[in-house]
Design a binder for this molecule. Structure first.
Ligand SMILES: [Zn+2]
Length: 247
């Protein structure tokens, strides 16, 4: 393919811009904040589940605490009634009195057991409340981290997008001045060659694949007209000749 020397040199400028755009896009998609946000999202999900579990336990234990309080009420009432009966001397039969005193002993022990159970529930409730508070604080902390990371990510992404659009504007100008067939060839090679379509031939070495050309190949290039496109025999990329080419 024929291409004027200035157009061939413009291909190198275009390549530089395309390489920079690719670098910017890669940097934007591999921001450390993206990985940190993914971790934060997982942590937030885990701590949210912990919080739900702790809150469920708190409400279960609150229910158990109320029940423990209620359980002891009728036993205390019965004890009070029995004690009144003993005190007012209304039970005179020794056998009945002995039975009543036995029941009082039994009721006192029962109350003690119920109070122990109530105390245990209260202790567990306190621990569950404390776990729920810790989980809630942790959840809030992770959410705040997430908001900060998101803001930083957005800021950096916007800066990259800004740079990309600047490069794209420069690219647009360059592309507008290039012949369409040359541009199409460049794009085709660039697409199948990892984003590099044109490279400088520098001291006999292809800037695309770094192959050192043989003397025979260099002689062939030397004999090729300046307006004729040269391609790398190894990677097929367009080789642009300058004073640095070693020809
Ligand atoms: Zn090459």
């Amino acid at each position: 393919m024929q291409a004027s020397v200035p157009d061939q040199l413009h291909l190198l400028d275009l390549q530089e811009i395309d390489t920079e755009i690719a670098r910017l896009r890669h940097a934007a998609s591999s921001l450390p904040e993206l990985a940190e946000l993914a971790v934060a999202r997982k942590e937030h999900q885990a701590v949210s589940q912990e919080l739900v579990a702790a809150e469920t336990q708190v409400s279960d234990l609150e229910l158990a605490e109320r029940k423990a309080e209620e359980d002891v009420v009728p036993v205390r009432e019965r004890l009070a009634r029995d004690e009144r009966q003993v005190a007012d001397g209304s039970v005179t039969d020794p056998k009945a009195l002995s039975g009543l005193l036995g029941e009082i002993e039994h009721l006192k022990k029962r109350i003690g057991d119920l109070e122990d159970a109530q105390l245990e529930v209260m202790e567990r409730l306190e621990a569950a409340r404390s776990a729920a508070e810790t989980a809630a604080a942790e959840k809030a902390r992770i959410a705040a981290d997430g908001r900060r990371l998101t803001a930083t990510r957005n800021e950096k992404a916007a800066a990259f997008a800004d740079q990309v659009s600047q490069q794209e504007a420069a690219r647009g100008e360059l592309v507008g001045a290039l012949p369409t067939d040359l541009l199409a060839l460049y794009e085709r090679i660039r697409t199948k060659n990892g984003g590099v379509g044109a490279a400088l031939l520098q001291r006999g070495r292809c800037g695309g694949c770094t192959l050192q050309l043989t003397n025979e190949e260099m002689s062939r290039i030397r004999a090729t007209g300046a307006d004729e496109l040269v391609r790398c025999p190894e990677c097929d990329r367009i080789l642009v000749r300058t004073a640095e080419s070693g020809l």
